[in-house]
Structure formats: structure tokens, C-alpha cells
Ligand binder design. Structure first.
Ligand code: FAD
Length: 415
């Protein structure tokens, strides 16, 4: 049997796939010539342009944990970000519409309480993806603009049918998002359900300083988050029950701003819309398994969760770092697509991802609806956490992604 064309082929050059390509070369010492990264939406030169210095902020921004920032550093991408467009956040404030952000029942998580400078950073998806693709090129992997059409597996390799050509790889990684073609073609089933909500995202100017704090209020119609951006701007993620979304989108900019100011309880004073509004249907998706033969899933291809705690990309980057660890720790000469190795990755990540997804579901279910017995108990639970310094520290460490066992790159251990 001849050697496959590549050791590793990654389909999807979003944040998770691009991070993984760079990590495999830089951390797991895979020969860059033996790594194929395929992304269907690339510009010439195998990358995408980062946002221009004076461009308004993108609508798609992420709250990246400290662990994710470490992964970006390990991938050689963090220092490529324009620091003027990166906003650290030092605290989180979470409350229910039945109380206020200042009440004793509101949750306050502060970096200083766990001896850290910040909990993470808010950054644009496009900026992170551009930096990671440049990190890949610097590591010797030039991303290819192409689309996976079909695949067949044999005992020794996966054969990929791309739009422009065919090739083989010892390991195929599906980093191709929620509608993953790799997942479908590998025969991995998934469970999926709608939250019955959509996220309205937009950028805003705030009347009061955001205090480098991420603000989130649980309304009966869904959670509303205000993430700090440079200057006195915020990114809005307003999760809203489906039925109310058309009504909110039809409001004029001034009417929408006024509705938003009311819904946020005026916590940052008057809010003024400064961008278009986009909306995304929210759903939960869990792949029944992450591995099928020589195919493995990472990121949204494996799990999609509610964005209420901004953990989707963070979980995906932990997948990338964990799969990189499994590859790096294999015995010399072991096949990079060996089932044993892939199962180790799956065991390490599947339960943790399910736990985070389940926690997001529970928070949304209990706190985003009119108060019944369970809802009242959840609010009681929130006020117990609010009053316990130890519990608050525990949650702050979770938000930073530094709690428990984390893969090497996420801990800042770079080889
Ligand atoms: C409103 C909202 C707010 C969110 N906020 C946060 C947040 O604050 N923090 C956070 O951590 N997460 C957040 N998330 C979650 C986050 O969007 C996802 O978890 C993240 O984008 C997943 O990254 P990924 O690389 O796995 O997939 P994607 O970003 O979907 O990337 C997949 C890539 O694969 C490519 N592709 C797909 N099919 C093919 C094919 N056949 N051939 C070639 N290429 C292909 C696509 O072009 C794409 O570039 C939010 C989600 C929503 C909806």
C-alpha cells in the first residue's frame, strides 16, 4: 500500500481548523508539507484580509478565554492581532431582570479575585481567523481554497474528493462547522434541537463607560449580553424567542436602541445602535461520536451550544489543543490516524463538551422564562453563588478556561 498524500487533511479553515493546522506543525512536529488545510472561502494567497485599521467593528466577535488566548499564542497567531482591536475584559456581571446589576443577588466575577489581570479578551472572528491563517502560512502550511465534496475510507487512508482534485490522507479532521460535510460523509449521526430563540447581534455606543466588564441580564425572553469593545462601544448578543424577532428587526434604529436601553435596565445608560443588525437561529447539536475510522470531528462540527456564556469557540479551541496533544504523545512511528489515538482525544473531550453544553441549556431553561418553582430555585441558586467568594472564584476560573485539566497549549505549555 503506497503512503497517503498527506498525514493530516483538515476540512474547514475557520478558527478551530486553522488553529489545529498550525498547532500540529508547531506543537506536534508534523511536517508542514504533510498537512493539508482546505477552506472554501479563502482569498488569493490562502488567507483572508484582517479588518482594516479604521473599519467599524465586525458583528461577529468572540469572548476568548485565557486558555484560548494561550492556544492562539501556541499557534503563532496572537501577536499578529492588531492590539487596538482587542478588548480585554476584567469582570463579568450577571443578573436576572427581576433584580438589578447592582443588587446583592447579581453575580460578579472578577479577574482580580483570582489574581489575574483579565478574564479574557473580546476580539473579532475575522481578525482571529486571519491571524491563524497567517500563522499556518508562517508554519509552512499554505491553506488551499477548495471544497470537500465526498470521501471514501479504507483501512489505510481516507480518499478525499475535493472540488478541484482528489487526494488521500492518513487522518481526516472535520473542522467544517455545524453543517459539517465530514460528519455526514463519515456516517456520524447527531442529535439536534432548536432553542426556539434567535441571537440578534449588533454593535452599540454606550452612554456610560463599560468598565471592561461583560454584562449579561437574563430576561424572560432570553439572555441579553453586552460585551465591551474598544472606546465606549459594546457588542450586543440578544437571544430572543423566535416570535419576537421580526418585530425587533422591523423597529427603526432609534426605536431598537430605546427598546434595548429598557431591556438592559439602563445599566450602561442610553444605548445607540451603530451597525446593521444580524440574526442567527440558535440550536444545540451533539455528534453521537467524534470518531469514525480515520475521520475525527472538532469544534462546531462536533458540538454546537447556546452562545449565552460565549463558550463555542473556546470549546472548539480546546478540542484542537487536545487532538494536538494526542498526536504529539503517540509513540514514534505510530500511524497518525490510529483509532487508539483518536479515541483518546474523544474520551478526553466528549464528556467535557457535553457538560458545558448541558450547563448552558440548564441556565437558559431555568433563567430565561417567567418564574415558576424551578425558575425561582435557579434564581435562589444564583444569589447563593453571588454571596460566596469561593463559588465566585470557581466560576471565574471556569470563564478563564484555566480550571481542571487542560491540554498543553491551553495551559501555555509550548514546545
Ligand atoms: C450569535 C452567536 C454568538 C457567539 N458568541 C460566541 C462567543 O462569544 N465566544 C465563543 O467562544 N463562541 C461564540 N459563538 C460560537 C461560535 O460561533 C462557534 O462555536 C465557532 O464559530 C465554531 O468555529 P468552527 O471553526 O468550529 O466552525 P466555523 O466557524 O463554522 O468554521 C467552519 C469553516 O469550515 C468551512 N467549510 C464548511 N464546509 C466546508 C467544505 N465542505 N469544504 C471546505 N470548507 C468548508 C467554512 O467555510 C468555515 O470557514 C457564538 C455563536 C453565535 C451563533
Amino acid at each position: 500500500m503506497s503512503r497517503p498524500d498527506y498525514d493530516v487533511a483538515i476540512v474547514g479553515g475557520g478558527v478551530v481548523g486553522a488553529a489545529l493546522a498550525a498547532l500540529l506543525v508547531r506543537q506536534a512536529r508534523i511536517d508542514p508539507q504533510r498537512v493539508l488545510l482546505v477552506e472554501r472561502e479563502l482569498e488569493d494567497g490562502g488567507t483572508i484580509a484582517p479588518p482594516a485599521v479604521d473599519a467599524p467593528f465586525d458583528l461577529r466577535v468572540w469572548a476568548l478565554s485565557q486558555a484560548s488566548r494561550n492556544v492562539l499564542r501556541a499557534a503563532g497567531a496572537y501577536d499578529l492581532l492588531d492590539s487596538a482591536r482587542v478588548q480585554p475584559y476584567e469582570a463579568m456581571r450577571v443578573w436576572h431582570e427581576g433584580s438589578t446589576a447592582e443588587s446583592r443577588d447579581a453575580l460578579r466575577f472578577e479577574a482580580a479575585a483570582v489574581g489575574a489581570v483579565d478574564l479574557g479578551v473580546i476580539v473579532e472572528n475575522r481578525a482571529v481567523q486571519a491571524a491563524l491563517l497567517s500563522g499556518c502560512i508562517a508554519a509552512g502550511v499554505v491553506p488551499q481554497r477548495d471544497t470537500l465534496v465526498s470521501l471514501t475510507q479504507s483501512a489505510a487512508a481516507v480518499q478525499l474528493q475535493l472540488q478541484s482534485r482528489q487526494c488521500t490522507a492518513a487522518l481526516l479532521i472535520g473542522a467544517d462547522g455545524a453543517a459539517s460535510r465530514v460528519r455526514q460523509l463519515a456516517g456520524i449521526t447527531s442529535t439536534e434541537r432548536s432553542y426556539g430563540q434567535q441571537a440578534i447581534v449588533a454593535n452599540l455606543q454606550c452612554e456610560l463607560p463599560h468598565q471592561q466588564t461583560a454584562w449579561q441580564v437574563f430576561l424572560d425572553t432570553g439572555p441579553l449580553a453586552l460585551l465591551p469593545l474598544p472606546g465606549n462601544h459594546c457588542s450586543l448578543v440578544w437571544s430572543m424567542i423566535d416570535a419576537r424577532v421580526p418585530q425587533l428587526l422591523e423597529l427603526s434604529a432609534d426605536e431598537f436602541s430605546a427598546a434595548l436601553t429598557r431591556a438592559s435596565g439602563g445599566v450602561l445608560g442610553r444605548l445607540q445602535l451603530t451597525s446593521a443588525r444580524a440574526h442567527f437561529p440558535l440550536r444545540r447539536l451533539s455528534a453521537q461520536r467524534y470518531v469514525a475510522g480515520r475521520c475525527v470531528l472538532v469544534g462546531d462540527a462536533a458540538h454546537v451550544i447556546h452562545p449565552l456564556a460565549g463558550q463555542g469557540v473556546n470549546q472548539g479551541l480546546l478540542d484542537a489543543a487536545a487532538l494536538c496533544d494526542a498526536v504529539a504523545q503517540r509513540p514514534p512511528q505510530e500511524d497518525v490516524g490510529a483509532l487508539r489515538l483518536l479515541r483518546r482525544y474523544e474520551r478526553g473531550r466528549r464528556s467535557g463538551n457535553a457538560l458545558v453544553g448541558g450547563l448552558m441549556d440548564a441556565l437558559d431553561h431555568l433563567l430565561s422564562r417567567p418564574p415558576d418553582m424551578a425558575g425561582r430555585l435557579a434564581r435562589e441558586g444564583m444569589s447563593v453563588v453571588a454571596r460566596s467568594a469561593l463559588l465566585r472564584q470557581w466560576f471565574a476560573r471556569q470563564a478563564m478556561g484555566t480550571a481542571g485539566e487542560a491540554p498543553a497549549a491551553a495551559r501555555g505549555v509550548f514546545s
